[in-house]
Design a protein around this ligand. Structure first.
Ligand code: HEC
Length: 142
């Protein structure tokens, strides 16, 4: 009996180690990818289109901000630059989606909708931190 228990214990440790190593690898891979245009195209843009599309994509530029192209995204809106590449803490867009900006003018984003999930906010922050890299000519909205 004792042997069996000891064996199970070793197995559990080995399994836990494998799970931890696996998740560690995934984190490293995601960070590496955050400075590639594909990270924007595959992860960030869909989030922005879903949460901000009604007011900041296509012809919509509420607050003077269009997130449609790289040029308009980097230009910012009425308050000036919304994204400081490499510096999420000083990026108005990040502050607004974290609900850590001013209460009004501009107000927390997305406007008239619940706060985004922590995970989705973290994805956008990670992208800004890695340099807010995006393709020059993003794929058109779907
Ligand atoms: C229902 C419409 C609506 C949605 C959805 C929306 N916004 Fe806005 N956004 C506005 C309006 C209106 C303003 C200007 C309001 C103000 O100044 O308080 C604004 C202003 C902003 C500004 C400040 C622009 C400037 O220079 O003053 C940023 C940054 C911004 N939005 C980002 C986002 C992001 C990112 C999302 C999605 C997560 C989003 N918004 C979703 C309506 C919206």
């Amino acid at each position: 009996m004792r042997r069996v228990f000891a064996g199970a214990g070793v197995m559990a440790v080995v399994l836990a180690g494998a799970v931890l190593a696996g998740s560690g690898l995934r984190v490293v891979a995601a960070q590496d990818a955050a400075n590639k245009p594909a990270f924007y195209t595959e992860k960030v843009r869909p989030l922005l289109q879903t949460n901000c599309g009604k007011c900041h994509f296509d012809m919509n530029r509420k607050g003077g901000l269009s997130l449609q192209t790289k040029a308009t995204t980097m230009k910012g809106g009425r308050s000036g630059v919304a994204i400081v590449p490499g510096d999420p803490a000083n990026s108005l867009l990040v502050k607004l989606i974290r609900h850590e900006g001013p209460p009004e003018d501009p107000k927390p984003m997305p406007s008239k909708a619940p706060k985004m999930s922590d995970e989705d906010i973290a994805t956008i922050e990670q992208w800004v931190k890695a340099g807010a890299v995006m393709p020059d000519d993003p794929a058109p909205a779907q």
